[in-house]
Ligand binder design. Structure first.
Ligand SMILES: [Ca+2]
Ligand SMILES: [Ca+2]
Ligand SMILES: [Ca+2]
Ligand SMILES: [Zn+2]
Length: 344
């Protein structure tokens, strides 16, 4: 699938036109390198000088002009206009998709905020990480909360394991600058090359309540036990919004995996939401959320006092094969012991 983008002209804050354009081209080309994805972004041309709010508005919200613009919002005016006054104080960038009535992406726009840029220290890396993230969005990817603990601890080094589609900047403002396997497999699942499923492995299953109702919006994680910070993937139960509680992992590197579920963390709602059930604090992900527990095969149950959350089994994922029927049951019921009545 071929898509094109148009780049704005002019400098952005302290960055020259050439610098900012090359930075964005590099970010697009990084997504183009994902091995089993057919999606390919190419530079379609340049915008007419749009270094004013009026100039930018010529391209914004015009879904039928065949131009997917990347706009340099030097003073943050456009971001404030679109997301509310003051939004330019905290948003580095913004991705806006427009959908057809059939739900297909019709046009996408990226707005890069130049307000407050100073050109010092690691800022260019932050900008680059932001572009990777926004390009993920315009390609159809949502957020993932994988490895959240690395974003909020005091270790900067481990931030490099975070996915690009992590919803917020880490506390120390050091974002990951390269695509994780989770970022890549999510793109590959959306735009699979014909040989994708043969080259990787899959795990499918469901998340249910003890009484059989589907769980919508639990975070489900598949972790390769030998590469736990690298080959780690997340998805959200009932992602297709079809009341099955189903989850599907495609594009797994072959190996030995463990599966666990956990709640979507309450901070990831609204524009930082993870999955389709996290729009507000009343959304399904936050309503009777599941507790973290591993999939433990035959011993899986919905009884708090029978299913040890840490008990787990390991699944062997082979190339081209799918492991099925991985059904997690949220621990919510207490088992009442069955008495053995003496007969007399
Ligand atoms: Ca960290
Ligand atoms: Ca369990
Ligand atoms: Ca359980
Ligand atoms: Zn985002």
């Amino acid at each position: 699938m071929e898509l094109s983008y148009h780049l704005d002209r002019g400098s952005l804050g302290p960055y020259s036109e050439e610098f900012i354009q090359q930075l964005i081209i590099k970010a697009f080309s990084e997504w183009n390198k994902v091995p089993f994805s057919t999606l390919s972004w190419s530079l379609g041309g340049y915008l007419n000088p749009a270094d004013s709010l009026d100039g930018s508005l010529y391209y914004v919200g015009v879904p039928d002009d065949g131009i997917n613009p990347v706009i340099f919002d030097s003073r943050g005016d456009l971001i404030d206009l679109l997301n509310g006054e003051g939004a330019s104080d905290y948003l580095l960038g913004l991705a806006i998709p427009y959908y057809t009535t059939q739900g297909k992406i019709q046009e996408v726009e990226i707005i890069v905020n130049g307000k407050g840029l100073h050109g010092r220290s690691t800022e260019a890396q932050r900008l680059y990480a932001t572009m990777l993230h926004e390009i993920g969005h315009i390609s159809g990817l949502g957020h993932t909360q994988l490895l959240t603990e690395f974003a909020f601890d005091s270790n900067r080094g481990n931030n490099l394991f975070l996915p690009v589609m992590f919803p917020v900047e880490p506390v120390d403002l050091v974002s990951s600058n390269s695509l994780s396997l989770d970022d890549m497999s999510t793109l590959e699942t959306l735009y699979p090359r014909p040989d994708f499923h043969q080259a990787r492995g899959s795990i499918v299953g469901t998340v249910q309540r003890p009484w059989g109702d589907p769980v919508q919006g639990a975070n489900v994680v598949a972790v390769n036990v030998n590469e736990p910070w690298v080959s780690i993937y997340a998805t959200v139960s009932d992602l297709e919004i079809d009341q099955t509680g189903a989850f599907r992992f495609y594009g797994l590197t072959p190996g030995v995996y463990e599966i666990y579920m956990e709640p979507i963390w309450p901070m990831f709602k609204g524009t930082a939401g993870v999955g389709p059930f996290s729009a507000t604090e009343a959304a399904p992900s936050f309503n009777n959320p599941v507790k973290k527990e591993y999939y433990n095969g035959e011993r899986e149950s919905g009884f708090i006092n029978r299913d040890d959350p840490e008990d787990r089994i390991q699944l062997v994922v082979r190339q081209g094969e799918t492991v099925t029927d991985i059904d997690l049951i949220s621990n919510e019921e207490v088992e009442v012991p069955v008495r053995e009545w003496s007969l007399y």
